[in-house]
Design a binder for this molecule. Structure first.
Ligand code: GLN
Length: 555
């Protein structure tokens, strides 16, 4: 438990502290990772942390955005569809995330406008200040409950963007209400290296801090992203011009090796100490044994495998962010370097699975929407089935596996999902009952954690080591129970269902080293310190296959 000096002093009230993380100069600086790393370090010192992201775009949530625009939609247990940075928060910390962990401009305005329609503003003119900013302040303060020592709020976007302004204005005001001593502003910025000049340039950082200060926010800490080390004179210059103490100018060098190095590098720059000192908190030393072990395992793999990821957006890594991470976690668990090769499913349609998938040790077909590339996915799965290539199908990947088995093993020519072929003679995947009549797109899928019963003797049951699980969903279509008996006769194993037995959640093939496909998204529950059993299972099967094929080529 953390010792709050103010508890022993005049007040017995434990005051929750706020850290606000902003970003400047350019986007994609890794604010999410930095916020998650700070949260992780503070938790490792025994503090109770909550995390939150405020996104300046007008969509109510990222659920309706293309993965090209926004990357993966990260789903929480409570069914909220959130920004992919929340995936970092969950992978790095133990903090519980809910609908209250991610707000967008759209959500804030929607709530204010609904209040206005209900007449709650009593005839007043509704304005950005104070009504929108009050709403923002409220969603931040909502997280500051008695069980929380520190709330970390990350502001999406880049300082200087028009759409970030209400968020920045709101966090400027929060110290006025909860006390400046209870708030800390951490600004992430870029210190680029200019080849022509042969030196690091601090001016962009000075400018972005200048913009923040115009808004009324004086950062307490600057985290400087840089490809080269900052020397003392760079740090002194930044400290002087940006009005922060020298020890609060922190270098965050680019990490070529692994994102899991970020917390350790921030710790070696004493960011946790700075936070504790700033808030007058005392806490024990950080327990980072697990984290050091992860990096040790990543640096010293005993095996190496290559996995093909066949998807519509394959070349767009952020669209499958959590899958890449979960594969790394499976690798950490089995001391294996996992090389992932994205392959566009349309390329499989053009060039054939044989040509593009030969030589891989495993296949993943992830979730997705829309018809483009579907046949390529089915073909890839068919290849994995026939060549005994370890395969994990996720959501749409599972639906494609059922289509392949129906067409190839159950004699259902033209079997399909009604998402793509309304008049297929064999609709083995069909719109869920509850989805009939749903017209609104946002937040209307089957979303969030659902219980699932595992069938004894299956690979899934063995991997999980239990008979009941809870996994996160995001889909409208589902295995059509009308074809269940016929598909089972053809060899498809139903390995997991909803507790009432109606919805098929996991399918497998028995005479295959690892052919497991799931209607849910296991990638959202994998952590570097605790690989998800299905990803660990895929990696283990791929390692075995790799060893087998190496043995074959050696003899
Ligand atoms: N498009 C499919 C459905 O809605 C699969 C969704 C997914 O893969 N997340 O059921």
């Amino acid at each position: 438990m953390v010792n709050h000096p103010e508890q022993t002093g005049r007040s017995s009230h434990l005051v929750t502290k706020h850290i606000f993380v902003t970003g400047g100069v350019v986007s994609s600086l890794g604010k999410g990772l930095t916020s998650a790393s700070i949260g992780m370090l503070l938790e490792a010192r025994g503090l109770r942390v909550k995390m939150q992201k405020l996104d300046p775009y007008i969509n109510v949530d990222p659920g309706t955005m293309s993965p090209y625009q926004h990357g993966e939609v990260y789903v929480l247990d409570d069914g909220s569809e959130t920004d992919l940075d929340l995936g970092h928060y969950e992978r790095f910390t133990a903090t519980e995330l809910t609908r209250a962990s991610n707000y967008t401009t759209g959500q804030i305005y929607l709530s204010v406008i609904n209040k206005e329609r209900r007449g709650e503003f009593l005839g007043k003119t509704v304005q950005v200040i104070p009504h929108i900013t009050n709403e923002i302040k409220q969603v931040v303060k909502n997280l500051a409950d008695a069980d929380t020592d520190i709330v970390i709020t990350e502001i999406g976007g880049t300082v200087g963007d028009i759409e970030s302004l209400p968020f920045l204005e709101a966090i400027r005001q929060i110290p006025l209400e909860v006390g400046r001593e209870n708030c800390m502003f951490i600004h992430l910025t870029l210190v680029p290296y200019l080849k022509a000049a042969g030196e690091l340039k601090t001016k962009p950082t000075q400018h972005s801090v200048g913009i923040l200060r115009q808004i009324g926010i004086q950062p307490d800490v600057l985290v400087c992203r840089t490809e080269r080390g900052l020397d003392t004179s760079d740090r002194e210059k930044i400290a002087l011009f940006c009005n922060v103490p020298l020890d609060a100018v922190i270098e965050e060098r680019d990490k070529d090796f692994s994102i899991y190095e970020v917390p350790l590098s921030l710790q070696s720059n004493r960011i946790d100490e700075i936070v504790l000192k700033r808030f007058g908190l005392q806490a024990g030393p950080a327990d980072l044994e697990d984290w050091h072990d992860i990096l040790h395992r990543l640096r010293n793999p005993e095996h190496e495998i290559s996995i093909a990821l066949v998807g519509k957006y394959a070349e767009h890594r952020d669209a499958y962010k959590s899958i890449y991470e979960a594969l790394d976690h499976g690798g950490i668990a089995h001391r294996t370097q996992v090389r992932v090769q994205p392959i566009k499913s349309e390329d499989i349609e053009r060039e054939g699975a044989e040509r593009l998938l030969a030589g891989f040790d495993g296949l993943i077909v992830p979730g997705g929407f829309g018809e483009r590339g579907i046949e390529g996915k089915v073909e890839a799965i068919s290849f994995a089935r026939q060549r005994r290539l370890p395969f994990l199908g996720i959501c749409l990947g599972m639906q494609c596996a059922v289509i392949d088995v129906a067409r190839s093993l159950a004699g259902m020519e033209g079997a399909h999902s009604t998402e793509f072929a309304k008049d297929t003679p064999f609709p083995v995947i069909a719109l869920m009952e509850e989805q009939h009549g749903v017209v609104e797109k946002g937040g209307t899928m089957r979303l969030g954690a659902q219980p699932c019963l595992l069938v004894e003797g299956t690979k899934a049951a063995a991997a999980y080591g239990t008979d009941q699980i809870s996994e996160r969903h995001r889909h409208r279509y589902e295995f059509n129970p009308k074809f269940r008996a016929r598909l089972e006769e053809a060899g498809l194993v139903i390995a997991g269902t909803s507790p009432d037995g109606t919805l098929v959640e996991i399918v497998e093939l028995a005479d295959h080293p690892w052919f497991v496909a799931v209607q849910f998204h296991p990638e959202f529950k994998s952590k570097p310190t605790a690989a998800h059993p299905l990803f660990a299972g895929l990696v283990a099967a791929a390692v075995e296959r790799h060893a087998g094929s190496a043995w074959v080529t050696e003899t």
